[in-house]
Design a protein around this ligand. Structure first.
Ligand SMILES: Cc1cc2nc3c(=O)[nH]c(=O)nc-3n(C[C@H](O)[C@H](O)[C@H](O)COP(=O)(O)OP(=O)(O)OC[C@H]3O[C@@H](n4cnc5c(N)ncnc54)[C@H](O)[C@@H]3O)c2cc1C
Ligand code: SF4
Length: 341
């Protein structure tokens, strides 16, 4: 059995205090929300802080506020199960609720938070292993080693962005509120990520994601389609978040963001641009899906082969465009509303 190391636990009075504590600790401190990603990583010694700064007791980070007309503000501690089951949210932004409901499995969705999901570590078959396993192969660039085992000639880490909710949040134009010791700032979710498997977040390391803001629904249809080996538990190995608005039968605008095919969520602006101003036909959707798959660069470091994952990108994009368009046209396809256990 893997054990947690001995750790100090701090219980700050606010998000600003939590940020101040992490800033003071430097690399020795880590923010803890639901712990569903962080705690297994501590057991496997992938991360080695000596102090955890808890957020879970802060009421200001809880709750879903707003409505379809005004937009929604979700506290960072809203659980994935709560986001997936919120009737107003699921009606206004079905793609976001769908993505939250597809993360992992019910027990983890009851504990894992939407803030933790946006900040979830990048993944790689050579990294998400026990300390002993990683030591047996000489470690890698992301932790304790000096070469990338997937691309040995590369100076960078290619670990995979594996958040299910980030792509659709970006497609919807969502923003996050970041709390620092001296105040808050707002950042588009699209600007939260860097294309680097190690330094994958563009926020300052001590900043706390305190809330996620989703815009007014305004006739926008959204969808998230996820590819994984099993119907539950597994992280995405490809995925597509799509938001679009219709003007009669034509697409007014669209935004397409891919999951799990790079070190950050990957936008496909050329494919989205192809749809704008044109009537959706099966041929156009297929053409856009082909175009969307081009920026996807899956490597051989997650489940199943990267050749097949690359080919499947166009399939998930096609499905997500069709589903988002049906929702924008008011033709249903609402996500199932699951009841939290
Ligand atoms: C078996 C298994 C399967 C999983 N499957 C999936 C999956 O399919 N899809 C998926 O997306 N994820 C998956 N996960 C990962 C994880 O469960 C989710 O991403 C979850 O939403 C993480 O939220 P959390 O609150 O538990 O985060 P934590 O584990 O508490 O934190 C995760 C990271 O985010 C940081 N963090 C947390 N909250 C904040 C905040 N408010 N501000 C700043 N930083 C913060 C932490 O410091 C840490 O680095 C899986 C995990 C396991 C163990
Ligand atoms: S992509 Fe390379 S450096 Fe990054 S975790 Fe995997 S093997 Fe390590």
């Amino acid at each position: 059995m893997l054990r947690l190391p001995r750790l100090r636990y701090l219980r700050p009075g606010s998000a600003a205090e939590a940020a101040a504590a992490v800033a003071e600790l430097g690399g020795r401190g880590a923010l803890l929300a639901g712990g569903t990603d962080l705690l297994p990583k501590l057991k496997r010694r992938q991360l080695e802080p000596d102090t955890l700064v808890g957020l879970g007791h802060l009421p200001a980070l809880r709750g879903v506020r707003g409505d379809a007309a005004a937009g929604f503000e979700l506290g960072a501690l809203v659980t994935l199960a709560e986001a997936a089951a919120h009737p107003g949210l699921a009606a206004a932004h079905p793609g976001y609720a769908e993505a939250a409901g597809l993360v992992s499995s019910p027990p983890l969705r009851n504990v894992g938070t939407i803030g933790g999901n946006l900040c979830v570590d990048t993944r790689c078959n050579y990294y998400d292993m026990t300390y002993e396993w990683r030591r047996s192969i000489g470690f890698c660039l992301k932790k304790d080693g000096d070469i990338c085992l997937v691309a040995p000639g590369s100076p960078r880490c290619w670990a995979v962005s594996s958040s299910d909710t980030a792509p659709v949040a970006i497609a919807l134009g969502a923003t996050v509120t970041l709390a620092g010791p001296d105040g808050e700032r707002e950042l588009p979710v699209a600007a939260l990520y860097r294309d680097d498997g190690i330094d994958y977040l563009a926020k300052r390391p001590h900043e706390v994601v305190s809330a996620l803001r989703l815009p007014p629904a305004g006739g926008v249809g959204s969808a998230y389609v996820k590819l994984r080996r099993r119907g539950s538990i597994d992280f995405p190995i490809a995925g597509a978040g799509v938001a679009l608005s219709l003007d009669g039968p034509a697409v007014r605008w669209a935004r397409i963001v891919l999951a799990a095919v790079g070190s950050r969520p990957v936008e496909a602006p050329a494919a989205a641009g192809l749809l704008a101003g044109r009537e959706l036909t099966p041929e156009l959707v297929a053409e856009a899906a082909d175009l969307a798959a081009r920026p996807a660069k899956p490597l051989d470091n997650t489940d199943l082969t990267h050749f097949w994952r690359k080919r499947m990108v166009r399939v998930v994009v096609e499905q997500a465009i069709e589903r988002a368009a049906a929702r924008a046209a008011g033709q249903g396809h609402r996500p199932e509303i699951s009841t939290p256990a």
